[in-house]
Design a binder for this molecule. Structure first.
Ligand code: URP
Ligand code: ZN
Ligand code: ZN
Length: 470
């Protein structure tokens, strides 16, 4: 249970800069930020952060836990997924509530609440997926009132029953404008993608190329054309748009141009697009790395890093959708049968810290903006979440500036029995994670109570905030 605490002696990343200060916590909230608070602790528990960096807890805005998908169910649920997040300094996550056959948006949210309750260690909420526009369109306003101001449409996944067409996207964006809410879009061009897959889907090609066909059948224009189209519907409707898991340099250019023209669009990328490339499909384990969109080329990663620093890309998330080796083995040599997705919650902060901050691509403040402050503002959970500020929830991660750990799937909290970063040496794992004042990771080990995580009620971020975010 939380009580008075003081985090003492750390370098604290605040919205106005990095300062040497103590952070006082009263109950669930940050009550003061100033040097020397620990000298008058008055019975508060003092947590030593000397030699460490104190950052706002990470908010992973793109997560799928226990998702029925690709003929199986993703293997991290709210128990293992939120434990993994805690170890990685993640204190809030946003999943996607998907209405299955005949279900309303409200029933989808209820189903996702039931998955989380009693299991989640960190706070959570859901984006609401609009999968059947005509059935769902009149339910959108009610979901905003219920505290869910962000919606999602997929431009692919027809076989899952999730795909939206241009008419649906156009109509949903009109609603977003009317309600001051935001549409998240998975942008890949389905008809041409299906055609390229059909052309390559022969026993000869599968034998010859194996998992490499995943990348070969999804050239960059598959994502770029879809982003361009979604941005056009955003421009003409004025409905706020957010492109999820952007993976290409072309996509980044489209977003940059659109933002320069005042179109209300933002984009996120994910850790895997920043540090992996399509050479991963060449190995024996290449199929493990299958996700949609797939990881691209080093020049795409370089452009995405630059886009983060320049403000073209606003957020880094994970798109966590974990499948074990056994689940991935369902592919049996046919890349179209790979359960698509990878684990990510536990390594998001270490990847961005090590490959972004330590390698000089992002400053510490920029990292915290992309992992915490922007996610909170864009998704409508600021000022409660996303920054070290008086009155905000005491969601914090304390990291060592240099100490590295070797990624070893056998020691991780995720249910995955593999990691895309197996053997990588990463700094930035959380020594101490606090969620609303409770210590949930201590000395790099998860110690929090399962089920303590709470649903986060959100409000629309508003167009002015969307424009400001970068
Ligand atoms: O491969 C992925 N990304 N799996 C999760 C579903 C999605 O498209 O986000
Ligand atoms: Zn997606
Ligand atoms: Zn996703």
């Amino acid at each position: 249970m939380s009580s008075s605490k003081i985090i003492s002696g750390g370098r604290v990343v605040t919205p106005t800069g990095v300062i040497d200060a103590d952070v006082a916590i009263e109950g669930e909230k940050i009550s003061a930020i100033a040097p020397g608070l620990a000298a008058n602790a008055n019975g508060a528990t003092v947590i030593d952060a000397s030699g460490h960096i104190v950052i706002p807890g990470v908010i992973d805005v793109h997560v799928h836990l226990a998702l029925p998908f690709c003929g199986t169910v993703s293997s991290d649920d709210y128990r293992s997924g939120t434990r993994a997040g805690a170890r990685g300094g993640v204190t809030s996550l946003i999943d996607f509530a998907i209405p299955f056959a005949g279900e309303s948006l409200s029933e989808a949210a209820d189903n996702w609440h039931a998955r989380a309750e009693g299991k989640a260690m960190i706070d959570y909420t859901f984006h609401i997926c609009v999968t059947r526009f005509d059935e769902h369109k009149d339910q959108i306003a009610g979901m905003v009132e219920r505290g869910f101001p962000t919606f999602k449409e997929f431009m692919i996944y027809e076989s899952e029953g999730w795909q939206s067409d241009d008419r649906a996207m156009f109509g949903t964006l009109e609603k977003m404008r009317e309600l001051d809410s935001m549409l998240l879009v998975h942008a890949e061009s389905s008809r041409v993608l299906d055609e390229l897959i059909a052309r390559a889907h022969t026993p000869e090609q599968m034998k010859k190329y194996g998992a490499r066909l995943h990348g070969m059948t999804r050239p960059n224009f598959i994502e770029a054309e879809a982003i361009q189209r979604a941005v056009k519907w955003c421009e003409v409707t004025g409905g706020p748009l957010y492109i999820v898991h952007m993976s290409t340099k072309e996509g980044t250019e489209i977003i940059r141009d659109a933002k320069a023209r005042g179109i209300p669009v933002l984009a996120e990328t994910c850790a895997q697009y920043l540090v992996l490339d399509d050479s991963v499909f060449e190995g024996e384990d290449g199929h493990l790395f299958g996700c949609c969109p797939q990881v691209k080329k080093p020049e795409d990663s370089a452009r995405l890093w630059r886009g983060l620093a320049d403000g073209d890309v606003s957020v880094v998330s994970t798109d966590t959708c974990t499948f074990t080796r056994e689940q991935k083995a369902m592919w049996q040599g046919d890349w179209t049968k790979i359960p698509m997705g990878m684990p990510g919650l536990e390594t998001l902060l270490p990847i961005v810290y090590t490959h972004g901050v330590q390698s000089g691509k992002l400053t510490l403040e920029e990292m915290c903006r992309k992992l915490s402050t922007n996610p909170a503002e864009i998704m409508g959970c600021a000022p409660q979440k996303g920054a070290i500020a008086v009155g905000a929830d005491a969601d914090l991660a304390i990291i060592h500036p240099d100490r590295k750990f070797k990624v070893d799937p056998t020691e991780m909290e995720t249910n995955a029995d593999w990691s895309p970063y197996d053997g990588w040496e990463l700094a930035g794992f959380s020594r101490t994670t606090l969620s609303r004042g409770d210590v949930i990771v201590d000395d790099y080990k998860v110690v929090g109570e399962e089920g303590r995580g709470r649903w986060i009620s959100r409000k629309s971020a508003g167009p002015s905030k969307l424009k400001r975010n970068n």
